[in-house]
Design a protein around this ligand. Structure first.
Ligand code: NAD
Length: 443
C-alpha cells in the first residue's frame, strides 16, 4: 500500500443512505473517492449532482465534491477494484424471513469485488451485521482475490442518523475500528485523520466487538424508547402523564432525556431490523437474556401501533368503516423521506384495512409512500388532507406541523378530533380552538 497510508484512495461500495453520505463526506475530508453501486439509476443521479433520497445538506456537498473532482461514480466492480486502496462496504443488510439479517447483498458485493483485488488493500465493512460476519467475509474475499492474504479487513460500524447524516459523518461522537492488524488500524487512522485531529475518539478493538458495538448501541436506543412507551401504557392505565414523567426522569443525568420520547415507537431501515437480527443471533448462540430482552422491546414497540389504531377507532365512534382519516406524516421520523418500516404507514394500512379512507400528507416522503402504498390518498397540503376528516392523526413530528393553526384547520374538518401519536403538539392550543385531543400516553 506504499505511501497510501497518508492519502489512500477510497471506494465506497453501495450508495444508499449510508454509502452516499459516507462517500460525499470522505471526499469532503479531502479524499479521492470512487463510489460504486449496482443501481444504474442511483449512480446516474449522483454523478449528475442529485441525491436519490432526501437528506438535509447532502446535495450541495455532493455537487461541491463532484465539481472539485474528488468524487466520482461507477457501476463497475473492475474499476472500483483497480482504483481503491481502501474499499468501504456499505450495502444493505435488510431483514430476512424469521428476523435474521439478509447478508446476500454483502456476499454478492464481496464476491464481485474480490476478483478485481490484484494489489494489497483494506476492505472496511460499514454495514450493520451479526457478529461473526466480518471474519466470514474476509475468508470469502481472500479465497477469490488475486492479492490473497494481501487483502486485510476491518469493521468500522456506522452510527449516523438519517436527517443528521452529514454532521454525524463529518463529526461523529466516536469512530470504532474493528481490526486484526495494527496496519489496518493505522490506515483507518489516516482515513479519519481530520476528525481524529479534531478530538473525535477512535476506539480500536477486535472484529467481533466492533460488530457488537453497533448492534448493542441500537439495542440500547430501542430499549430506551420501548421503556418509555411501556411507561406510557402504565400512565394511560392510571391517568398519569408520560410527558411529565419523561421530563422528570430525564433530569437524572444517569438516565438523560434523549430517546425518552413516548409515542408511536421506532421504525425505519435500522432499529427494527437490527434488534430482530440481534435477537435471532443471540438466540442461536444460546444467549437467552439478550434474545428475551429484545423480543420484549420489539413487542412493546409494535404494540404502540395497535394501541394507536384502537385510540383512532374509539375517537371516531367505534368503527372506522367509511371514516375519513387525515394523516400528518408518513416518514418513519422527521427530516427524512425514508418510509422503511414506518410506524405511520403501518398504522395507515391498519386503518385502511378496517375501511377508513386515509388521506396522507408529508413534506417529503409521499413519493416513497405512494410507491409502497398506492391505495392511500396523497395530498399536497395539510388542509387538503384534513378536508371533511373525522379525525386528524399526527404521526411524524415534522416541525411544520407544530406551526399549524388549529383554528384555521378546524374550518375544513368534519369533526375536530386530533390524535397526537407523537406527543409533540401544543395540545392546549388545539383544545382552545375547540378540538377534542387525545395523546398516546397522556390523560
Ligand atoms: P440502502 O438500501 O439505502 O442502500 C444500500 C445500497 O446498496 C443500495 O443503493 C443498493 O443498490 C446497494 N447494493 C446492493 N447490492 C449491491 C451490490 N452487490 N454491490 C453494490 N451495491 C449494492 O441501505 P442503507 O440505509 O444505506 O444501509 C446500508 C447499511 O448501513 C445497512 O447495513 C444498514 O443497517 C447500515 N446503516 C444504515 C444507517 C442509516 O441511517 N440508513 C445508519 C447506520 C448503519
Amino acid at each position: 500500500m506504499g505511501d497510501a497510508v497518508t492519502l489512500p484512495r477510497l471506494t465506497v461500495i453501495g450508495t444508499g443512505y449510508l454509502g452516499l453520505t459516507h462517500a460525499v463526506c470522505m471526499a469532503d475530508l479531502g479524499h479521492e473517492v470512487l463510489a460504486m453501486d449496482v443501481d444504474e439509476r442511483k449512480i446516474a443521479m449522483a454523478a449528475g449532482g442529485e441525491t436519490p433520497f432526501f437528506e438535509p445538506g447532502l446535495a450541495p456537498l455532493l455537487r461541491k465534491n463532484v465539481e472539485a473532482g474528488r468524487l466520482r461514480f461507477t457501476t463497475s466492480f473492475a474499476e472500483a477494484g483497480a482504483f481503491g486502496e481502501v474499499h468501504f462496504l456499505c450495502v444493505g443488510t435488510p431483514q430476512a424471513d424469521g428476523g435474521t439479517a439478509d447478508l446476500s447483498y454483502l456476499h454478492a458485493a464481496a464476491d464481485a469485488l474480490a476478483p478485481h483485488l490484484a494489489a494489497p488493500c483494506l476492505i472496511v465493512g460499514k454495514s450493520t451485521v451479526p457478529v461473526g460476519t466480518a471474519r466470514a467475509v474476509l475468508s470469502r474475499i481472500r479465497a477469490a482475490a488475486p492479492a490473497g492474504s494481501g487483502v486485510d479487513l476491518a469493521w468500522n460500524p456506522e452510527f449516523l442518523r438519517e436527517g443528521y447524516a452529514v454532521q454525524d459523518s463529518l463529526a461523529p461522537d466516536r469512530v470504532v475500528f474493528g481490526v486484526t492488524s495494527e496496519t489496518a488500524a493505522c490506515l483507518l487512522r489516516a482515513v479519519y485523520a481530520k476528525p481524529l485531529a479534531a478530538g473525535i475518539p477512535a476506539l480500536v478493538m477486535d472484529l467481533e466487538t466492533a460488530e457488537l458495538v453497533k448492534v448493542s448501541a441500537n439495542a440500547f436506543l430501542a430499549t430506551k424508547i420501548s421503556f418509555i412507551n411501556a411507561m406510557a401504557e402504565m400512565c394511560e392505565a392510571v391517568g398519569a402523564d408520560v410527558i411529565r414523567l419523561a421530563e422528570a426522569l430525564g433530569h437524572d443525568e444517569r438516565i438523560g432525556r434523549r430517546f425518552l420520547n413516548p409515542g408511536l415507537g421506532f421504525g425505519g431501515g435500522c432499529l427494527p431490523k437490527d434488534i430482530r437480527a440481534f435477537r435471532v443471533s443471540a438466540a442461536s448462540l444460546g444467549v437467552t437474556s439478550v434474545a428475551n430482552l429484545l423480543g420484549q422491546v420489539d413487542a412493546i414497540n409494535m404494540n404502540r401501533r395497535a394501541r394507536a389504531a384502537v385510540m383512532t377507532r374509539e375517537a371516531v365512534g367505534g368503527s372506522l368503516a367509511g371514516k375519513r382519516i387525515a394523516v400528518l406524516g408518513v416518514a418513519f421520523k422527521p427530516n427524512t423521506d425514508d418510509i422503511r418500516d414506518s410506524p405511520s404507514l403501518d398504522l395507515c394500512a391498519r386503518l385502511a384495512a378496517e375501511g377508513a379512507e386515509v388521506s396522507v400528507h408529508d413534506p417529503v416522503a409521499m413519493p416513497n409512500a405512494a410507491r409502497s402504498r398506492p391505495d392511500l390518498r396523497y395530498t399536497a397540503s395539510v388542509f387538503e388532507a384534513a378536508e371533511r376528516a373525522d379525525a386528524v392523526l399526527h404521526l411524524t413530528e415534522w416541525a411544520d406541523y407544530r406551526a399549524i393553526d388549529p383554528a384555521a384547520l378546524a374550518t375544513v374538518v368534519a369533526r375536530r378530533t386530533l390524535i397526537d401519536a407523537r406527543c409533540a403538539l401544543d395540545v392546549d392550543l388545539w383544545r382552545a380552538a375547540g378540538w377534542s385531543v387525545r395523546v398516546l400516553g397522556r390523560p
